[in-house]
Design a protein around this ligand. Structure first.
Ligand code: PTJ
Length: 247
């Protein structure tokens, strides 16, 4: 039995676990109510993907890990869904790639910012950015534009899992190399990303950490992973997998 009293052999185990975590995130003030809607949308795509990491998503995860390793200053952006679904996994990915963690919210309140930063610290994070909010992403309205000047504001590579399209587009405009995890290959975030990873964040984040461990210390293999990856082909492969998915 697991944290949700459901055997791990249950065919819908991952999906039920995800729902349970989102629910728990809302109860503790980490996840916004809109996070439920976002999760529902994601789940529908995941169902059609067969709740598995397709080959093109695995290649994307490898390229993303390589970008994080080659970055001068990499930041992993955390919102309320990510914080409740994969807190420890994000801390591990940050450690494996020497990246920073920054809380960046669509529905920003001081209480949620603090709750998420505390939650990440409970999962082993030593430093969590986002609370200073002394920088801005140009071209966005006030709340959503807030970033740390020495965090996302100064990063050359940013991982933005489950992002809303506007902010993803604005970050891309800044010239930031943007790595996106989104189950919808047609979302603006996926479409504007340097590396779109069409996969559930629950699978994609630990997979990226594994890729990073393999690629670490091997700049040639990192470069090869980036060069071998074609974002348009990956998006097309994901769309094809979803459209031909069985209901
Ligand atoms: O915590 P906040 O305030 O920053 O708000 C976060 C949410 C996610 C609520 C906010 O950014 C939002 O409203 O996002 P959207 O516009 O609903 O977009 C979320 C995207 O993430 C959609 O394209 C979903 O398909 C996708 N998605 C949802 N759950 C997952 C996912 N992608 C990967 N893994 C998931 N588990």
């Amino acid at each position: 039995m697991s944290e949700i009293e459901i055997p791990e052999t249950h065919p819908r185990y991952e999906s039920l676990l995800t729902r349970h975590r989102i629910e728990a995130g809302i109860e503790t003030g980490i996840t916004s109510k809109q996070g439920l809607i976002a999760q529902g949308r994601g789940e529908a795509f995941d169902y059609l993907l067969g709740e598995q990491t397709i080959e093109s998503a695995s290649a994307a995860g490898r390229a993303a890990a390589a970008h994080l390793l080659l970055a001068d200053h990499a930041v992993l952006s955390i919102n309320g869904n990510v914080a409740t679904l994969v807190p420890g996994e994000m801390v591990e990915l940050a450690e494996a790639t020497d990246a920073e963690l920054e809380v960046n919210l669509f529905n920003r309140t001081d209480e949620r910012m603090e709750a998420i930063a505390d939650h990440l610290r409970e999962h082993g994070a030593t430093e969590v950015k986002g609370l200073a909010a002394d920088g801005t992403i140009p071209g966005l309205d006030h709340e959503r534009a807030k970033v740390d000047a020495d965090g996302i504001g100064a990063a050359d590579v940013v991982l933005v899992p489950l992002e809303d399209g506007d902010r993803a587009e604005a970050l891309a405009e800044m010239g930031t190399t943007e790595l996106v995890v989104d189950l919808n290959p047609l979302s603006r975030s996926a479409q504007t990303a340097t590396v779109p990873i069409v996969d559930n964040v629950i699978r994609a984040v630990p997979a990226m950490t594994e890729h990073a461990s393999e690629l670490r210390g091997d700049p040639e293999a990192q470069q090869a992973a980036i060069e071998a990856f074609d974002p348009e082909a990956a998006l097309a492969a994901a769309e094809e997998a979803i459209r031909s998915g069985d209901l």
